[in-house]
Ligand binder design. Sequence first.
Ligand SMILES: [Zn+2]
Length: 322
Amino acid sequence: MKRRIIACCLAASMVLGLAGCMEEEGYEGYEADYSEEQYESSEETEDEEYNSESETTYSDSEYGYPYDNHLGTAKELEGKIAVVSIFVNDATTGWNFESEADQQLDALIYKDLEIATDYLENVSKSYGKDVEFIYDWKQYPELAMDLEIKELDYRYCDDYFDDFNNAATSSIDQNVQTAKILSDVGAEQVIYMMYFNTPSTNTTTSLTSFCYEAEITYEICFMFMNCEGYPECPSHFAHEMLHTFGVPDLYTAADFGITQEYVDYAANSGLNDIMRINEDPQTGEYLYDSIANEVTDITAYYAGLTDYSETVNEWGFAPSQH
Ligand SMILES: [Zn+2]
């Protein structure tokens, strides 16, 4: 009982402090409205204060993707597309933005996103499609967040990809207010970028979970920010983002009936397609201030930028998802 009385007094004096000229009648009215039951302790009073300053509480359903996800959360290279940046602390890696190295990597990610989205917007424009990626977490702070996902271990993502993707998906479902973010930025499509602060000993390349044949909830680019000593470059970002629109790799025979024969042919002819190589074809080096790779007819077709590809027709590959 004593604690209740203390809490009540604290709440009352706070109101008086805020409204010094409040009339006696008003103060009594306040007392009547706020019963003892609502203020169990002074700690709870502080919690109430904190909550009243925070945003509306969202129900579980509002964490999910609020639109039809028939083609995933990134469907067409058209219109406004939100890019949600998630800095992941997984089982063995994490971010410490007090450290200069991580601050530099954070700045690199921002620049990678800027160059990759510019590139994709310009490519789309050349095919008559207006697209705007909204990735700028300086303008919209809700587009970037840290998440601790200890069920994830980047070292096993290749061997246990389904488990890895499921853990990532359920973490997004529980922690990312996708509906609110989309409404804030005025977009109806979204790509989730998960950044892992991998050591230079990492040999696993970034990969993307995208809606192609499997039923997936969210389209996520898993960016392993250091691979074999090289930080991820803008071309890698654009490559992974293109996957979310249903574009296959061209360096390996995996999706859409793309054959090893074609993969070998493309390699031998030096096809400079962003889904085949990410180095500058002239120097063999990664570029950090531009992208030297192209979107050739096959990639444009699978991205939904065209409805015909000579290559796909000639080789008899499967139709695009668009
Ligand atoms: Zn790929």
